[in-house]
Each structure stands twice: as structure tokens, then as C-alpha cells.
Design a protein around this ligand. Structure first.
Ligand SMILES: [Zn+2]
Length: 276
């Protein structure tokens, strides 16, 4: 069994001055591919259950999947609830066994976000679990909806609440199809100078590999969430198989081909974290 805590993985990343990957899971095929890639590259990872997956699969089964996979490897795995929208879903995840949750109060005012995060923080303490929060707002495929993180709010927030990690909005956007994010490094520098809390980038697929290294090496970013790159790869390969291999109809045979491609891509992303 190799289930671990987000704190441990982030501390290791800080010591090595690199980052950990939070893989956004959509099902068994990608989750098992991520763990295989982690195993083969000997790199610890976070398996994340976002709202999309939770609509399609009961949370108990998601956790059971993460737990089963972590039992088959010696690399450390953090089962993480991504974008917990409210107290109830956060509590449910903790009851089931998740060791880490993200409470997403980014659509609330700063004060409401802080108040709700305080309540969730007290909850996580009872379970000895980790808490990621978000300040500012990271939009969904629409850069104009982003609200950049305020360094003053980061200071106010972290002075009152010792969270494990903080997601920030510094030019990153969810669901980006290309590495097109323009990172506001002046803002990121201000934030990283104001707090020692490990920073998290959602929408990591939109951030170029070179920016990922720079943000980690010099600006305290310790976790990148990566999902869209894999959803795009999955869709592209599935379409390719269905169009070009018309004799293949068996779901398991199709999935086997997909898993190979997902594992290969995940290995590349994990090897990219081993920069000097
Ligand atoms: Zn996110």
C-alpha cells in the first residue's frame, strides 16, 4: 500500500525544487495508465477526482480504484478530491478515505471563501487530511473570465489559515487545448515572495513544459494539474482506431491500445519533472 499525503509529496518537491503532477482521472483506463507510468519512472503522483468524473462514477468506486492501484506499486500516490464544491462533498470524500481535498471557493467573495475554507480546514484536521484552496478564479476555456490572484489576499488568507497548498490564477486557464497560457511572472513572483505555501496551477495542460519548469524552479509552484492533454489524446486515438481499424469492435481491445498511448504520454510528462 502506498497511499500518502499531499504534504509529503509537496515537501519532497520543495526539497528537489521541482513539482508533482496531479493527474485528472476520467476512468479506469487512464488511472491505471498514470500509475503504470509513475511506477516505470519511479515518480510519485496525485490521482485526482474532479466533478466530471464524480458525475459519471460513485465516489466510493473512484476511491476504491485509487486504493487498488496504489496497492500495486511502491511509488507514493495521493488520492485527491479536486474542486470540492461544498462541505458535504468534502466530508464524504474524507469519510471514504481521500487523504487530500481541494475546497473550491473561488466563485465566492474573498471573505466567504475564507470563512468556508476555515470550516473545511477544521474538518480536514479531524481526519489528518490535507487541504488545497483557490484564490482568484481560474476560468474554464475562457480567458476573459479569469480573475487573477491578489497577493494581498494571499497574505490575509495564509496568515489565518495554514493550508497545505494554494491554487492561483496567474494566466492559467482550465481546458486549454494548446500550451498557450501567458504567465504573469511579476504577479507570480509577488505571490511567491509573500507566502511559503506551495502553489498549484490548475489548467496545467495550457502551460508549456518550459513554463512549468520555470514556475517551479523559481516561483514556488509545486503542483500542476494536468487533464486536458489526456482527454485530447484519448479522443484522438479513439477516433483514429474507429476510423482506421474498422474490424476492431471489442471495447477491451480498443482500450488496450488507448492505455499504451496514455502510459507513454504520462511517462513523458513525469520525466519532464526531473529537470536540474
Ligand atoms: Zn481545476
Amino acid at each position: 500500500m502506498s497511499i500518502d499525503s499531499l504534504t509529503n509529496l509537496l515537501n519532497c518537491a520543495k526539497t528537489r525544487n521541482n513539482y508533482v503532477v496531479g493527474f485528472v482521472v476520467q476512468g479506469w483506463e487512464d488511472a491505471s495508465s498514470f500509475v503504470r507510468a509513475a511506477d516505470e519512472t519511479e515518480t510519485d503522483i496525485i490521482l485526482q477526482s474532479g466533478p466530471g468524473l464524480r458525475k459519471n462514477m460513485p465516489l466510493e468506486l473512484i476511491y476504491a480504484m485509487f486504493e487498488k492501484l496504489s496497492g500495486e506499486t511502491n511509488i507514493k500516490i495521493v488520492p485527491h478530491l479536486d474542486h470540492g464544491e461544498n462541505y458535504d462533498i468534502c466530508k464524504k470524500a474524507l469519510d471514504i478515505g481521500f487523504t487530500s481535498i481541494m475546497y473550491d471557493g473561488s466563485k465566492l467573495s474573498f471573505k466567504e471563501n475564507l470563512n468556508q475554507s476555515l470550516k473545511i480546514y477544521e474538518l480536514t484536521q479531524k481526519y489528518n487530511a490535507c487541504l488545497e484552496v483557490e484564490l482568484g478564479f481560474v476560468g474554464y476555456n475562457d480567458i476573459s473570465k479569469n480573475k487573477k490572484t491578489s497577493p494581498e489576499e494571499v497574505k490575509l488568507f495564509t496568515d489565518q489559515l495554514p493550508v497545505t497548498a494554494m491554487a492561483v490564477s496567474v494566466g492559467n486557464t482550465h481546458l486549454q487545448n494548446e500550451n498557450s497560457a501567458i504567465i504573469d511572472y511579476d504577479l507570480l513572483r509577488e505571490i511567491s515572495e509573500i507566502t511559503s505555501v506551495p502553489l498549484v496551477i490548475h489548467g496545467g495542460s495550457g502551460v508549456s513544459p518550459i513554463d512549468r519548469i520555470k514556475m517551479s524552479k523559481y516561483y514556488g509552484v509545486r503542483k500542476f494539474n494536468i487533464g486536458t492533454e489526456f482527454r485530447r489524446l484519448f479522443g484522438t486515438i479513439l477516433r483514429d482506431i474507429l476510423i482506421n481499424d474498422k474490424h476492431i469492435f471489442d471495447r477491451l481491445e480498443i482500450m488496450q491500445k488507448l492505455k499504451s498511448a496514455l502510459t507513454k504520454k504520462a511517462k513523458k510528462i513525469l520525466l519532464d519533472t526531473n529537470f536540474k
